[in-house]
Design a protein around this ligand. Structure first.
Ligand code: ZN
Length: 222
């Protein structure tokens, strides 16, 4: 296993793009891996490819349509609107894709192993986790142990955003010199609009509020 290589689970959104540049600073060779899982906005894969090209990192795509077909959720089902918030009686929004991070990270680990990579990077965050159980630190730690036991390897899962809120994630992008790239080239919006997005879906709101908070803090410091 090569300590200079890392694989980033990469969607082309704000979080994983920030992680991609974080990984570029921390490791000599960085690989980005995206997934096509039947998401409504498949163009996010092409945006991801373009960001990876700009970042100068190797890019790969895995086709895993099974994940979209297994569960019933608003990210893959075109007949379902995306909830603005967690519905009464539910534990998380209908944009939750059950098992997604479990599948993605497991597949990423197998892929990484083939390439002699043991560092995995994911943009999950417990701070703004919106009720998604597989974004929590306890899950990632548990999975890290499981992957090592499953393949008798020494994977290390890095989660640079785990304890950052959205404003702090923008601050990290700025520190890495990619605030403008993250702002204009990434896709976070549930309605599939890159950059500042549609402005009203939950993902856009979270992203914009974080950016406004960060820019306010930055301007006070100047
Ligand atoms: Zn939006």
């Amino acid at each position: 296993m090569n300590k200079n290589k890392a694989l980033v689970v990469f969607s082309g959104g704000q979080d994983s793009t920030t992680c991609l540049f974080w990984a570029k600073r921390a490791f000599k060779h960085v690989y980005a891996l995206s997934f096509r899982y039947g998401q409504k906005h498949e163009k996010e894969v092409e945006l991801a490819r373009e960001i990876a090209r700009k970042a100068g990192v190797d890019f790969g795509v895995m086709d895993v349509p099974l994940i979209g077909r297994l569960g019933h959720n608003a990210l893959t089902d075109t007949s379902m609107p995306m909830d603005e918030q967690i519905p009464d009686g539910a534990f998380c929004p209908n944009t939750f894709v059950p098992g997604r991070n479990l599948f993605f990270l497991s597949i990423a680990a197998v892929y990484a192993r083939e390439q002699g990579i043991n560092h995995l990077v994911t943009g999950v965050s417990q701070t703004d986790y919106s009720g998604y159980p597989d974004c929590r630190d306890s899950f990632i730690r548990s999975l890290n142990v499981t992957l090592n036991l499953a393949m008798d390897e020494q994977f290390v899962i890095h989660t640079p955003l785990m304890w950052l809120d959205k404003a702090e994630t923008w601050a990290l992008a700025d520190e890495l010199g990619v605030l403008d790239l993250v702002r204009h080239d990434t896709l976070t919006c549930y309605n599939g609009i890159p950059g500042d997005g549609c402005g009203h879906c939950p993902a856009c709101k979270l992203r914009r509020e974080g950016l406004e908070k960060y820019l306010l803090m930055k301007n006070k410091e100047l």
